[in-house]
Design a protein around this ligand. Structure first.
Ligand code: FE2
Length: 273
């Protein structure tokens, strides 16, 4: 049932020359080809955007126009090489201003009400549930990028529930499951999946030759854990629902068997908290 939706990626840095992702059109096309090889059928690519830029409409417009132009070139080139791939754009909005005006549809994922957001510099500022609630009150649905990567989240795990109750959706990076960001992020990723708190998974792929996409590794991880249907929900149905301005479906929780070191670091974390 869930596999009828396209395999979708909502977080990547493919637009050439506008952030720390692809530097050139060739590099972007190489990255797109590798995503397609991994089975990705729909991409909403998300260059970095600093929310503080919106305080100065001129600078914000300059940035958005720069991305418009580079994205148009990418989309035209992709249409030639991968005519079946749907490619749209959004941004990964860094909330260095906690109350940005997100009314420009280019800031949102494929011009839906959903907007990919991140807390600045991988640290969690104060009052984040209020920030989420305020964004929701304005009619937008914040999708928090890679919660597993924020420093200190393991010690403040209650924030996950607070963000969700305030209306946030959560996006996990594929690579986190297989240790791309270290053992701490991996352990948090496991806890988030065990709780059924993740709504969607994406690559956060930065489109460089030395970087893996990690879709295949994540798919394999879910299959090895007997959770292929959960993977489909996180990569097909729920992204599709978000992009149709619908609520994601509840994701089943499941237990992950840990190896010795994962149990040991889990014990230390428990003792610290
Ligand atoms: Fe990103």
């Amino acid at each position: 049932m869930t596999d009828q939706a396209a395999f979708t990626d909502l977080h990547s840095h493919l637009v050439p020359g506008v952030d720390d992702g692809a530097r050139t059109l060739d590099e972007a096309l190489d990255g797109v080809a590798r995503m397609v090889e991994s089975g990705v059928q729909r991409v909403v690519t998300t260059p970095h955007f600093d929310a503080s830029l919106l305080r100065d409409p001129g600078r914000a417009d300059e940035r958005l126009s720069q991305v418009d132009e580079a994205f148009a070139a990418l989309r035209a080139a992709v249409a030639d090489v991968h005519p079946d791939l749907v490619i749209q754009r959004g941004h990964e909005v860094m909330l260095d201003d906690p109350f940005p005006d997100l009314s420009d549809e280019r800031l949102r994922l494929g011009a839906t009400t959903a907007v990919l957001v991140e807390w600045p510099r991988l640290r969690i500022p104060p009052a984040t549930p209020d920030v989420v609630a305020r964004i929701r009150d304005q009619g937008w649905v914040p999708v928090i990028a890679h919660p597993e990567r924020y420093h200190g989240l393991a010690r403040e795990f209650g924030l996950i529930g607070a963000w969700r109750r305030a209306g946030a959706r959560l996006q996990l990076n594929h690579g986190s499951l297989v240790g791309r960001y270290g053992a701490a992020a991996q352990a948090v990723a496991f806890r988030l999946l065990e709780g059924g708190w993740i709504d969607v998974m994406s690559s956060d792929f930065h489109s460089r030759a030395h970087l893996p996409v990690f879709v295949d590794e994540a798919r394999q991880w879910f299959e090895e854990h007997g959770q292929g249907e959960v993977f489909d929900l996180l990569t097909r149905l729920n992204p599709q629902r978000l992009l149709a301005d619908e609520s994601p479906e509840a994701v089943p929780s499941f237990t992950i068997e840990r190896g010795f070191w994962e149990r040991f670091t889990g014990f230390l974390r428990h003792r610290e908290s």
